[in-house]
Write a protein that binds this ligand. Sequence first.
Ligand code: UTP
Length: 225
Amino acid sequence: MRVVLSVGGSILMRGFSSKRIEEYAKVIDEIAEENKIFVVVGGGEMARRYIKISRDLGSDESHSDYIGIGITRMNAKLLISALSDKAYPEVPENFREAKRASLLKDIVVMGGTEPGHTTDAVSAILSEYVDADILINATSVDGVYEEDPKKNPRAKRFDHLTPKALIEIIVRSEMNAGANTVLDILAAKIIERSRIPTYIIDGSDPKNMLKALRGEKIGTKVGVR
Ligand code: UTP
């Protein structure tokens, strides 16, 4: 299978520890034994801090996005270090480079590409471009809820959603100022148009990625029954 894995920076870089990055590398390595895998790494807290400084210095949003992209690529580099020679040694800067890299190695790790979206969208477009069988989005929440579970602890979590229903939930939560939606709207639109089977799972434990891949009941499945 061809697998695209989106790993949030806040997940991978939690505690800023090499041990944690090694744990993810181990699971990715295991997945790569039988699959071709593309990993898209996010920026996490460090990206947010850099972006804040950039904005405070008066930069526009695209300029600040480029700073965020730089951090995602640094995080990708660290994961490549942990994977050593099993991964393609460079961080592809666009989808075509990533596809070419996959002809040489079974594991390709990248970060962001262009301003205006997050690595969620990168992972969805990459899934489309490489014709992935599955997209796993490992994030800091354990799935998609009808509303923000931090604000309403009784909010229901969905085991399954159609892409259309996912888009409706994202649009609804984006109306709230400062809301941090579970998935970038562009990512959801791409998942809808290409019908990419997607799992949104709690990535705090890297083994959850294996569970999603095995089709176990975990997180929210989008468009897969
Ligand atoms: P992330 O994908 O990490 O955003 O990109 P996030 O939603 O904060 O993700 P988590 O918390 O890691 O899950 C960090 C920032 O980098 C810029 C954006 O500013 C984004 O908010 N970025 C990233 C881009 O502009 N383009 C990209 O392709 C990727």
